[in-house]
Ligand binder design. Structure first.
Ligand SMILES: Nc1ncnc2c1ncn2[C@@H]1O[C@H](COP(=O)(O)OP(=O)(O)O)[C@@H](O)[C@H]1O
Ligand SMILES: [Mg+2]
Length: 412
């Protein structure tokens, strides 16, 4: 039908026929081009879909293997205690007993050493993999990454003590050759002791600020743990980390929590504290004197400290931080009033004279209270009167607390 219709339209005249054919040919050619373009388009779509398919297949495989892994039984974590020949090793699982097992061929024999942690198959206890060395997250938490803000300039008085601690801690870290030349061994550890609130923690923080050493800070009570052997392990990991990161300063604040003298007491809690102390002693003995690890301890109860901690080779430089005298108090007041707006009537010497027996923390509180009084009285500068009221207020608060609780000294 179509053919016949077309034929009927076909021109008879050769001229027209020629034009008509030319027309048709051009038309066909453009059509051809169009179709080719479409083919290309479709082919590229096809390719795209194929890669897409491959991607999804890969994803499916990955998810399947993930599911497989999630379904596989857990591995036991153990420690290698001995390496025998022929791929046999002795392991101790976390549960306690020791086993002789085989190790996987895929493990680098170099890494198979006593003391490393490994994973064990649940049934055969074969060593599957070696785990990287790890420290307790708690130990990492002790590292002070940003150095503290305090500097020696923030400490009022205590010039002698600052000098001593610089000699004992900074000098061996910065200029070890001085000690070598003279042929003496620098102190290993420094113990700061004195009444509460006199600036022991402050001093240690300032030392950390002024040296470039890594600073590990731990409070004695953090080392007292719930389970047997945990405290000792923490101490061991702390010292390991210190050695690895050296130069390092370890600061153990309130060391009396673990360092109290060993008694005959028999509660298991006390024994755990003693185990921790013994690990601490062993750790301190393990350092080279000229090494890059220094220990600073701080306590306000030196009287209850175990003598073993204080013998030479451990905390062999003992620095007393006493309650400030008049000059000391003036210096501390100067530090804390540095940024305060004082009027002409204030004499720091007079205030120092009126605060006999107060420590640095009290003086800081007095300065703050004086500022509060000034604010309450709607003045911009702090006057002598504000300070006198503040001294009275702090004195009263202090007495009330001491008589009510009686725990003041213990938890200061
Ligand atoms: N000598 C001092 N110079 C300046 N401020 C001090 C001084 N002693 C104590 N302080 C203030 O008291 C606060 C508590 O002191 P701190 O070092 O924690 O006492 P402790 O000796 O109990 O560790 C410090 O943050 C600081 O503001
Ligand atoms: Mg302190």
């Amino acid at each position: 039908m179509v053919e016949s219709a077309r034929q009927s339209q076909e021109p008879q005249n050769p001229e027209e026929l020629y034009r008509y054919l030319l027309d048709r040919v051009t038309h066909m050619e453009t059509r051809n081009l169009e179709l080719r373009e479409q083919i290309r388009q479709i082919e590229s779509d096809k390719r795209y879909i194929e890669t897409q398919k491959i991607r999804y297949e890969r994803e499916v495989r990955k998810l399947k293997s993930e599911i497989e892994q999630l379904r596989s039984p857990p591995l036991i974590v153990g420690t290698i205690t001995d390496v025998l020949d022929n791929g046999r090793v002795v392991v101790r699982s976390s549960a306690g007993p020791r086993f002789m097992v085989r190790s996987s061929m895929c493990i680098d024999p170099e890494k198979l050493k006593p003391g490393v942690r490994c994973t064990l198959n649940q049934q055969s206890l074969a060593v599957i993999d070696i785990l990287p060395e790890s420290y307790d997250a708690q130990v990492y938490g002790m590292e002070v990454i940003e150095s503290p803000e305090e500097t020696y300039a923030d400490i009022g008085g205590l010039d002698l003590q600052i000098n001593e601690i610089r000699e004992a801690v900074e000098l061996p870290l910065k200029k070890p050759e001085l000690f070598e030349r003279v042929g003496i061994e620098p102190p290993k550890g420094v113990l700061l002791h004195g009444p509460p609130g006199t600036g022991k923690t402050l001093l240690a923080r300032a030392v950390a600020h002024e040296t470039n050493a890594h600073f590990l800070r731990v409070v004695g009570s953090e080392l007292v743990q719930k389970y047997i052997g945990e405290g000792a392990r923490l101490v061991r990991e702390l010292f390991d980390l210190a050695k690895k990161k050296s130069p390092t300063i370890i600061f153990i604040d309130e060391i009396d929590a673990v360092g109290a003298s060993r008694t005959e007491s028999t509660t298991s809690g006390d024994r755990e504290v003693q185990r921790t102390l013994m690990q601490l002693l062993a750790g301190m003995d393990g350092f080279e004197r000229r090494g890059d690890v220094k220990i600073i301890g701080a306590t306000n109860r030196i009287d209850i400290l175990d003598r073993a901690l204080l013998r030479p080779g451990r905390f062999d430089r003992i620095i007393e931080i006493p309650l400030p005298d008049v000059q000391g108090r003036v210096a501390i007041l100067k530090v804390h009033t540095r940024k305060m707006n004082l009027d002409g009537s204030v004499s720091l010497e007079e205030i120092a004279g009126l605060t006999e027996g107060k420590n640095g923390a009290d003086l800081k509180a007095i300065c703050m209270e004086a500022g509060m009084f000034a604010i309450r009285r709607e003045r911009e500068a702090v006057s002598r009167e504000d300070f006198l009221d503040a001294i009275e207020k702090i004195g009263q608060d202090f007495e009330r607390h001491v008589f009510k609780s009686g725990y003041g000294a213990m938890f200061a």
